[in-house]
Design a protein around this ligand. Sequence first.
Ligand code: HEC
Ligand code: HEC
Length: 474
Amino acid sequence: MNSSVLITLIALGIVGALAFFAAIGFRGSGKVKDYIPNQSKYRNDDELETKTLDKTLTVAVIVASILTVMIPLYYLGEQNRQEEFVEAFDEVSVERGHHLYEEFGCGNCHGVDGSGGAAAYLEKRSGINVTWAAPAINNVFYRYDDEEVRYWLIYGRANSPMPAWGLEGGGPMNDGQLDDLIEYLHHMQISQQEELKSIESNISGALLRLETSELLVENEIIQQKALIDDIKKSPTDLPVIQKAVIDISELLNREGGIDTDEDGLTDSVEIELSTYSQNISEILGTSILNLDPDNEESVFGKKDSKVASSYLSELESYLINETIVFEGYDKFLNDAEVGLAFLEEALKNKLWDVSFEEIADTTFNGDLEKAQRAVGLFNAYCARCHTAGYSAGVAYTKKIASGGLGPALRAGRANIQFKEKQDMVDFIIKGSENGKAYGVNGVGGGKMPGFGAVLSQQDIELIIDYLRGMGPDA
Ligand code: HEC
Ligand code: HEC
């Protein structure tokens, strides 16, 4: 029961009780019972003008004061009641939004709590399957308003793993569902304090990426070479795996023999299966079984019969993959080699590289720390849209501020769009608005986020100084 209902009931109770007692008082004390009512003697004038009048007036004053108190109280409760209704409505919407978030797998890319994650994506320049960074969205309303977020949800982000979700964009969700989803996104936002607290770790993360860039690319090259080796092995591996699937199916269907641990696999099957898995593992790198005929759970907590059947499923899916690779052998090998050449070229060119000394000298009076912080900030907050390939990984990253979803900002372009530094500061604080002019000849699409609630003015100015200080050849 909510509070307004309670107040109403108490008020009714009090009024009712007063009416009851007043009625008893007026009834007279039934002095002479034998007269019929209209002939009985009533109170005399004296009594009527003093005691009775006083009593009536007192009751009237009490009732009036109770009403005076109850009506505003009821009014207050009514406000509350309506708010509670709206709240309950919102709660249901948040719940439905949460359900959509789970049903459509937003968490697979953005993290279950929306704190950011990654998605597999075929990078277009290299043809390599990369891990594309998916931004945090448990802070998205500090940079975008509802309409802008709705835009990204409806249309997704072409040329990135973010799919379209709205019907207009070719996705599955109607307007009501998008409302619920947005309600849920609001619900999952972290506090602004938390958002601001992440600045330093975001900067150091971005600087660490720069420091370890070469290593990261070398590592990708090693993986790409392993992929090429795997493809080259497919003609010799395929017959082995085909035979293994047949042999092991037969083995698991074999009947008769002693089954000491009574797990459904005879002793001889357990021993043969273990040896077989060992032998093909040397060729295929598949897992090795060590089944003990005396123990139905050779590995604690896993039934031997279950282990054997999932081993067979593992080989079967291996067979499917290997068949696909074998049938498209030339294309797979060629693509992988093109990818390797791309990575080796990237390692040679190091387009991601920046010289802090140079930036410090040209822009920050030799202050190396400022130069590092400016680059760290740019890479953490701007690069995913303004540096080509940044989200795909180091090897795919082109020159800093070379332009991606957002325009190129390098080579002093910022000075062409914004004559005054202050105009640029205002723009970065607010972001763009759909259809509104900005700078000298910009027209906003509402896609550039505002950073006023995310970064301090000092940090924003640091980024701007860095961009404005870039020479025309940079
Ligand atoms: C397959 C992975 C994937 C799935 C699934 C996915 N997203 Fe995204 N989303 C991304 C990526 C990647 C980006 C950033 C694209 C880029 O690099 O420009 C993004 C961008 C966004 C943005 C814009 C954020 C910004 O600041 O740029 C929002 C909002 C968003 N996603 C919400 C959602 C919601 C809600 C869902 C579930 C309905 C969802 N996404 C499902 C990968 C995904
Ligand atoms: C989610 C993608 C995204 C992020 C992140 C982003 N921007 Fe933008 N930016 C854009 C887009 C898109 C435009 C073009 C205007 C539009 O379409 O609304 C733009 C425009 C600009 C412009 C105007 C350029 C011109 O020549 O017209 C500047 C300057 C700029 N951004 C700076 C920044 C800075 C600095 C940061 C980081 C603090 C940043 N942006 C982060 C997407 C982004």
